[in-house]
Design a protein around this ligand. Structure first.
Ligand SMILES: O=c1[nH]cnc2c1ncn2[C@@H]1O[C@H](CO)[C@@H](O)[C@H]1O
Ligand SMILES: [Zn+2]
Length: 342
C-alpha cells in the first residue's frame, strides 16, 4: 500500500540479538578469527533466520545461539545497538525500545552493568546520528537462576532514566511459567522499574493472567493467545493493557497456526489496545514496513489504522510524559506531511 514505507513508526518489541545483520557477523568473526559455517551473507542467513520448518518457540530460539558468541564484548554490543538504530531509521521509525538479556552477554568477562552501558552507548550514538529515539529494556531470562535475574533488575535500576526504561521476561515460556519469577518482578516494582512480560505466545491465557495479576506487568509481550480466555480478554480490554503483537514471529513460533487464524482484526474490532512490532527483524526476516504491509494485505488495515497502531505504541511507550508528548508532536507533523489524518 502507498505510504506504508513513509509512515512514521514505533517498534516497542525489538530484540537486539534478533536483529544482527549477517554482514556484521562476517566482520565480527573476521576480526576475532572465529570460523563460520559459510563465507558470505547469503550462506550465513539460514543460520540466523528461521524457515518454514520452524515448529515452535523452542525451535525459533535456537537461532539466537548462533549470534550470541559474537556479542560478548563492549564494542560488539555497542555496534549491534548502533546498527539496530540505523536499520530502524531506514524503516522510518521515530522511536524504538530495544530489548536484550545482559545475562547472555557476560561469558567473556563483561559484567551485567557493562553490557547495559555498552548497549546504551550504541543506541545513543545511533540516536545522535539518525534522529531515532532509542531506549533499552533489560530482559530477565526464564531459564536462568532467580538470583541472576535479580542481579539484572538491580543493574537495570542503575540505568533507569539514563537510557534504560524497563525490564522484561523472555525465553522458553512453555517450560518456565511466569509464577516462578514473582520475586524478580516484586523487586522491579520496589525499585520503580516498569515492566512488560512475554506471555501468551508459547503458553496460553493462564500465562498472561499470571503476568498481569501475579507479576504486575503493565504491558504484555505478544499476548496473542489471549482469546483462549474470554473473561481475561474482557479484563485486558477494560484495563486497556497493551499487547505487543509481533505477527510474523507469532506465526513462525506457531503461537498462531497461520495468517488466516491471526486474531489481530478481531482484537482490533473489540477495542483491545494493540501495538505491532517486529520482535526479531533478522530471525523473522521482517521489518516494521513488512509487518505493516502484511496487515494491509491480509487484514485490510488502512493507512489510518496503521497510523493508529503506531500512535498506540507512542502512548504506551516506557517514556516520561514530556518526552512522549514531544514524540507525539513529531509523529503528528509527519503524518500531516503525508496527508494522513487520524
Ligand atoms: O518471541 C520471543 N519469545 C521469547 N523469547 C524470545 C523471543 N524472541 C527472542 N527471545 C529471547 O530473548 C533473548 C534476548 O533477546 C533472545 O536471545 C531469545 O532467547
Ligand atoms: Zn520477544
Amino acid at each position: 500500500m502507498h505510504l506504508i514505507k513513509e509512515l512514521p513508526k514505533v517498534d516497542l518489541h525489538l530484540h537486539l540479538d534478533g536483529g544482527i545483520l549477517p554482514s556484521t557477523i562476517l566482520e565480527l568473526a573476521a576480526a576475532s578469527g572465529a570460523s563460520l559455517p559459510a563465507s558470505g551473507t547469503e550462506g550465513l542467513l539460514p543460520y540466523m533466520q528461521v524457515d518454514a520448518n520452524c515448529e515452535s518457540l523452542v525451535d525459533y530460539l535456537e537461532k539466537f545461539n548462533f549470534v550470541l558468541p559474537f556479542l560478548q564484548d563492549r564494542e560488539s554490543l555497542k555496534r549491534a545497538a548502533f546498527e539496530i538504530v540505523e536499520s530502524a531509521a531506514a524503516d522510518n521509525c521515530i522511536y524504538i525500545e530495544v530489548r536484550f538479556a545482559p545475562l547472555l552477554h557476560i561469558h567473556k568477562g563483561l559484567t551485567v552493568p557493562d553490557a547495559i552501558r555498552s548497549v546504551i552507548e550504541g543506541l545513543n550514538e545511533g540516536e545522535a546520528r539518525y534522529g531515532v529515539k532509542a531506549r533499552v529494556i533489560a530482559i530477565c531470562m526464564r531459564h536462568q537462576p532467580i538470583d541472576d535475574n535479580l542481579e539484572v533488575v538491580r543493574a537495570a535500576a542503575l540505568f533507569l532514566g539514563k537510557g534504560l526504561v524497563a525490564v522484561d521476561l523472555a525465553g522458553d515460556e512453555a517450560n518456565h511459567p511466569p509464577a516462578r519469577f514473582r520475586e524478580v518482578f516484586a523487586l522491579a516494582r520496589q525499585l520503580g522499574i516498569p515492566y512488560t512480560i512475554h506471555a501468551g505466545e508459547a503458553a496460553g491465557a493462564d500465562s498472561i493472567e499470571e503476568a498481569i495479576e501475579g507479576l504486575g506487568a503493565v504491558r504484555i509481550g505478544h499476548g496473542v493467545r489471549l482469546r483462549e480466555n474470554p473473561a481475561l480478554l474482557e479484563v485486558v480490554l477494560a484495563r486497556q493493557i497493551p499487547l505487543e503483537l509481533c505477527p510474523t514471529s507469532n506465526i513462525q513460533t506457531k503461537a498462531v497456526s497461520g495468517w488466516a487464524d491471526y486474531p489481530i482484526r478481531d482484537y482490533w474490532d473489540r477495542g483491545l489496545l494493540l501495538t505491532v512490532n517486529t520482535d526479531n527483524p533478522t530471525v523473522s526476516g521482517t521489518s516494521m514496513t513488512g509487518e505493516c504491509e502484511a496487515l494491509a494485505e491480509r487484514f485490510r488495515f488502512t493507512i489510518e489504522e496503521l497510523a493508529s497502531l503506531m500512535r498506540n505504541a507512542l502512548n504506551v511507550a516506557f517514556l516520561p510524559a514530556n518526552e512522549k508528548a514531544a514524540l507525539r508532536e513529531e509523529f503528528d507533523r509527519r503524518l500531516s506531511a503525508l496527508g494522513i489524518a487520524i
